[in-house]
Write a protein that binds this ligand. Structure first.
Ligand code: NAD
Ligand code: UDP
Length: 310
């Protein structure tokens, strides 16, 4: 199989490429290296089954492929809000270009969508049938509305051109290769703790997230691409934590003397988020197997080994 991974030098994409390459597949990675790093995929650079194309998916590209794993898009609020018009273009034009490629080559396309399509949810936990509560003009809308139009495009290519699409609604994922400066809560808390700085709690810290370790997510993506199910599927770990609970877990692991510092809660920051994963369990026979304790140990080790923050 010839696989195209857009966004393959980023956090999730590079782990997916490791998995595909280790299974003997051919992989083309397209990336503009805006939030991705070449060192995430350098282990494959001299392999004849691997090719990196530095390209921006906002512009069309001609390739021959069998599978498209469409991940290219900044994922952390700090990054996607730093150039919101580009984020919206990546979500719309990038997905449009990849669907055009999928249509011509008859490749199956898997879209990396997000729990952000549920916005600041009014029902809890969130099943795939929930249609969301998104602020269409808010500072997160370049990303959450961007992913909603990307899902819509996928379904219109399915209806009009019979393009094979799969949609993963990914909930907060963490692990090695997150960027130390990407502003996401787990990378922030680990780096702050290692540097002996106070942990930054936005708002009262009672907002919740459900954190999935990267290896579990990759397994879910592989199973979804293979499956016959077309509609969106939540991929996430339903174990839910408040941000304060998370800060205590990390403080305990790194240094019990650390303190926290309160900062204002960002605009439109969702108050609760937790996936219902019954569909993934039933249709993909998938559920996360790595708990927060094991996942945090791996992630802390990565930051210690790679960023000399200890
Ligand atoms: P990331 O920022 O680490 O990776 C995104 C990659 O896409 C980077 O390598 C970046 O350089 C590349 N990219 C961005 N815009 C591009 C463009 N216009 N053309 C070509 N390449 C471009 O983010 P990630 O955490 O690896 O997320 C990957 C995908 O998964 C994203 O689509 C994101 O929306 C989705 N997702 C991630 C999470 C999570 O918790 N990590 C949660 C929900 C959804
Ligand atoms: N958060 C925090 N301190 C930080 C970074 C994030 O309290 O240093 C909070 C943030 O307000 C949000 C949660 O942690 O409620 C998750 O934020 P993140 O940016 O990781 O992901 P997302 O908001 O996209 O789920």
């Amino acid at each position: 199989m010839k696989n195209l991974v857009t966004g393959g030098s980023g956090f999730v994409g590079s782990h997916l490429i490791d998995r595909l390459m280790n299974s003997g597949e051919e992989v083309i990675c397209i990336d503009n290296l805006s939030t991705g790093r070449e060192q995430n995929i350098e282990q494959w650079q001299n392999n004849e089954r691997f090719k990196l194309i530095k390209h921006d998916i906002v512009d069309p590209i001609q390739l021959e492929v069998d599978r498209i794993w469409h991940l290219a898009c900044p994922a952390s609020p700090k990054h996607y809000q730093s150039n919101p018009i580009k984020t919206a273009k990546t979500c719309f034009l990038g997905t449009y270009n990849m669907l055009g490629l999928a249509r011509r080559t008859k490749a199956r396309l898997l879209l990396a969508s997000t729990s952000e399509v549920y916005g600041d949810p009014e029902i809890h936990p969130q099943p795939e049938s929930y249609q969301g509560s998104v602020n269409p003009i808010g500072i997160r809308s370049c990303y959450d509305e961007g992913k909603r139009i990307a899902e819509s495009l996928c379904f219109n290519y399915l209806r009009v051109h019979k393009t094979e699409v799969r949609i993963a609604r990914i909930f907060n994922t963490y692990g090695p290769r997150m960027l130390p400066n990407d502003g996401r809560v787990i990378s922030n808390f680990i780096c702050q703790s290692l540097l002996q700085k106070p942990l930054t709690i936005y708002g009262d810290g009672n907002q919740t997230r459900s954190f999935c370790y990267i290896d579990d997510l990759i397994e879910g993506l592989i199973l979804l691409m293979k499956s016959d199910h077309i509609g969106p599927i939540n991929l996430g770990n339903p174990e839910e934590y408040t941000i304060l609970e998370l800060s205590n877990l990390i403080i305990k692991k790194i240094n019990c003397k650390l303190i926290t510092k309160r900062l204002p809660r960002p605009e439109d920051d969702p108050i609760k988020r937790k996936p219902v994963i019954d569909l993934a369990k039933r249709l993909l026979n998938w559920e996360p197997s790595i708990n927060i304790d094991q996942g945090l140990n791996q992630t802390i080790k990565y930051f210690k080994d790679n960023f000399n923050a200890n």
